[in-house]
Design a protein around this ligand. Structure first.
Ligand code: AMP
Length: 513
């Protein structure tokens, strides 16, 4: 099966079935979707794009995202999805590395960063209408030949080096991810509706694949963002929604349900399944979520390098309160999803016995082909077919994996990854900064917030306000430090390496609050 054939199959089976919604408004049937995707494929071909070329999609959430995505796949192109919240400088870096031949960007993202790209268009408006004008006969538009190993999704993730790396996700990886939804997350029928509240440029957007496989409907909230009241309303209007939500979003939904006095039965009318993951979920939080909203939750653990597929904590395991190890299971990320093996290993990759912490390794058809044009980084991450995730975990006798820690320096704020080194590199270019170390501090609302420890250079010391302005000019807003702690020196070990554990302990003890 080819990704484009998933759409063709549904367009043949149910051409008139509503497929895409923008809020409660119907945006397209499966037939419209296929005709627009085929039209785009024709136009891109006519413009000279060849199978294997890359296309940048830097858009806020919109139903058109799915039309563009399948149009690109119809033409055999690889999509480079970029979070529209990134700073233009970050987008510029990705564009330079991925070298897309064409791009579609939301109006407010357009910047000189993208000036080198041959085509741009807004997602709303006449230009987009023309671009996605339906093919006269989509059945006659050939699908570009692709093999399962061909690149389909070039997803940029920041590595510990601080520079984003292009994760090469193939056709096979995406089809495997789609099928794993059915084996490990949920059954899907054409009556179901997948809602995109988290950015479509991330794993959440890829859940369009299993939902298209099953002929379900897709809805993008009219606000384009995450508004708990709006999502509950949409669910009541369109039928119970399935959605992916980072733990902070789950919290917002539960807060809303509680504040509005909703019962679990009310919640069931709005939501079928809420898949959570991407960051740690605290036991007390998931217990409260289950109490307030009922058995609507499934957890997944994955990463850009094996999108949405490593382990899953299934609904029965989340709800089996009578099990003697229920609490341990709630604190875990579940068991290996059907298409993969998961191992906890020592630094040489040798499996460790249950109960011993080590690095989490994943092997299977969801695992990336490697990093784009980075053979050394690829060889370090992929060894003997195993993906070294950088996460530390421990397996129990039943195969449940509990994550002990993330790779040391990554921190997650509001469900978004922040790589300290990237922030440190920016801060080090600010006047008056001699040394800097960035860590995450626990935060009730965001999970973690970014905290910068700064050693001032001799002379005029920098102010927190000046550093904030400096970061805002160069970094996505969510990456900038929320707190600055000015210190005379950073704690270091004998080799001169900054002891971030000591800084994290200072934060936990209230430094800089
Ligand atoms: P990304 O590549 O942006 O998807 O980030 C992946 C990282 O998020 C993983 O390597 C984990 O450290 C973390 N992560 C993903 N899912 C979970 C989860 N269910 N629980 C805890 N951490 C998670």
């Amino acid at each position: 099966m080819h990704l484009a054939h998933l759409l063709i199959r549904q367009a043949r089976l149910a051409p008139d079935a509503p497929a895409l919604f923008h809020g409660t408004a119907r945006h397209a049937t499966h037939g419209d979707w296929a005709a627009r995707a085929a039209g785009l494929a024709q136009r891109l071909r006519a413009a000279g794009l060849q199978p294997g070329d890359r296309v940048l999609l830097c858009l806020r959430n919109h139903p058109r995202y799915l039309e563009l995505l399948w149009g690109c796949w119809w033409a055999g192109l690889a999509v480079v999805p970029v979070n529209a919240k990134l700073h233009p400088r970050e987008v510029e870096w990705i564009v330079g590395d991925a070298q897309p031949r064409w791009g579609v960007v939301s109006a407010d993202v357009v910047d000189t960063a993208l000036a080198g790209l041959p085509w741009q268009t807004e997602v709303d408006g006449d230009e987009a209408d023309a671009l996605l004008a339906p093919a006269a006969d989509w059945r006659g538009v050939p699908v570009a030949e692709r093999t399962p190993d061909d690149l389909a999704w070039l997803f940029y993730t920041s590595g510990t080096t601080g520079r984003p790396k292009g994760v090469m996700i193939t056709v096979r990886n995406l089809l495997t991810m789609g099928l794993a939804y059915f084996s490990d997350v949920d059954a899907v029928t054409p009556a179901d509706t997948m809602a995109y509240a988290a950015p479509q440029s991330h794993g959440a957007g890829l859940y369009s694949i299993p939902h298209l496989m099953a002929g379900a409907r897709h809805v993008v909230p009219a606000s384009g963002g995450v508004d708990a009241a709006e999502l509950f309303g949409l669910g009541r209007a369109l039928g119970p929604l399935s959605t992916f939500a980072a733990p902070t979003i789950v919290k917002r939904l539960v807060d809303h349900a509680e504040a509005a006095g909703l019962t679990p039965e009310d919640a069931a009318r709005a939501f079928k399944t809420i898949v959570y993951g991407g960051a740690p979920m605290y036991v007390a939080d998931i217990q409260r979520a289950l109490r307030v909203m009922g058995p609507r939750f499934v957890q997944i653990y994955g990463q850009g390098e094996t999108p949405m597929v490593a382990t899953a904590l299934a609904r029965p395991h989340l709800c089996d309160a009578g099990h003697p190890r229920h609490l341990q299971r709630l604190a875990s990320v579940g068991v290996a999803q059907a298409p993969v093996q998961v191992r906890v290993a020592d630094p040489a990759g040798r499996p460790l016995p249950p109960g011993e912490p080590g690095e989490v390794l994943v092997r299977g058809d969801s695992v990336m082909a490697g990093y784009w044009r980075q053979p050394e980084a690829s060889a370090a991450a992929l060894r003997d077919g195993w993906l070294f995730t950088g996460d530390v975990g421990v397996l129990d006798e039943d195969g449940f994996l509990t994550l002990k820690d993330r790779s040391k320096d990554l921190l997650i704020s509001g469900g978004s990854n922040v790589y300290p080194r990237e922030v440190e590199e920016v801060l080090l270019t600010a006047p008056g900064v001699a040394e800097v170390a960035v860590v995450g501090a626990p935060d009730a609302e965001w999970g973690e917030v970014v905290v910068a420890f700064v050693v001032a250079a001799p002379g005029t010391p920098p102010t927190a306000a000046a550093l904030d302005a400096h970061c805002l000019a160069q970094l996505a807003r969510f990456k900038r430090p929320r707190r600055y702690v000015f210190v005379p020196a950073l704690p270091k070990n004998a080799y001169g390496k900054v002891l971030k554990t000591a800084l994290r302990a200072q934060c936990a003890a209230g430094a800089g609050t």
